[in-house]
Design a protein around this ligand. Sequence first.
Ligand code: FAD
Ligand code: DHB
Length: 395
Amino acid sequence: VAPIRTQVAIVGAGPAGLVLAHLLHLRGIESVVLEARSRGYLEQRVRAGVLEAPTVQLLCDAGVGERLQRESLRHRGISLRFDRTDHHLDFVALTGRSITVYGQQEVVKDLIAARLAAGLPLHFEVADVRLRGIETDEPEVAFTDGDGVHRILAAPVIAGCDGFHGVCRPQIPAGRLTVFERDYPFAWLGILAKAAPAQEEVTYAHSDRGFALASMRTAEMARLYLQVPPDEPLEDWPDGRIWDELNARLAVEGSAPLNVGPILERGVTTMRSFVVEPMRHGQLFLAGDAAHIVPPTGAKGMNLAVADVAVLAEAVERFFATGDSALLDGYSVRCLRRVWRAEHFSWWMTSMLHLAPGADAFERRLQLSQLRYVTSSEAAATSLAENYVGLPYGS
Ligand code: FAD
Ligand code: DHB
């Protein structure tokens, strides 16, 4: 079979790969997207839910925000619960910007629909993806398509958007990347329940029993999380135990219990901080979870993926329009500034809110002091708020 030629080969159709493909299309640059999973799988995979203001702006400016604007929930802020009291942070008052609740798989659905409606190449259920010649000007991606046919994709630029467990990053020779990593001694048990959310806004709770988070997807659908030990078996958590524990951790003086409903989806997510530097090797550019992971507290993962590809799309456009690779050469440094800010924020939110096994009274007092500070000092609250709503691109 003759090689397929394109300008940018994109491995992975998560938020990073799909947003990149769309931004390139708007700039008149051809790409081919290769995805290991099926369309159905991507569209039902429950993950992140909070979009930063810059992410919403980018999606709307790119013409894929129509359903988002109609169906998403716009929130003024979040709540932090501790000492059995609810403390509301009003991000609109503090920063002039709000946050948006809209499931990651809804963003993915909108982007897949836009790509297929435009008749642009997106191959699902590919296998055996291998990169060749990434240190040359003529790199290739070999893969087996959904019909079992072996194919070659030739493209001057390759975007590794294939997530943390993808194949692109491991093909960079050992010693060419510096890896920064932290594991956390806990995980999140997450559920999606057909039950009206009891809180109006996303609520983070710090309690003696551990951390809990009450979020939502729609007016009828709650998304809830509990801190659990790493590798916690789901069998140990029958529905009744999940609801009881959520109620115990989220309770404040005078609050009503959560609305209970059928649990439609459940899973345990490990918590990790991870960054590779640089986010590039030769003609391979890593974006999103392929290059960095944050623990989920603060909801930065998907937003960082979108921020990376906004930078990459501009750099790729310059390269193909003029042959000038200066922006491509600056891609990694520019992205890593934002990445490290989000790494710090996510680590800080995680450390402030969770109960580390074996934490002593000194650490507990520091956590409470910090929680009281961010909910009572306008300066401290504004710092949390501007990070949460998303710092402007380029800052
Ligand atoms: P991904 O979304 O992982 O997309 C990568 C894509 O590449 C996938 O579709 C994958 O199938 C594909 N792929 C992998 N290998 C190959 C291959 N060899 N060939 C072709 N395709 C390949 N963030 C939050 O902010 N809040 C949350 O609550 C939250 N929950 C999460 C729960 C889970 C279980 C996980 C895994 C992540 C969660 N995240 C959360 C993080 C957030 O979802 C990610 O940061 C975001 O998905 C990153 O987008 P991405 O496009 O870089 O990677
Ligand atoms: C959600 C996830 C997060 O990690 C977070 O910090 C807030 C909300 C969510 O899935 O809705």
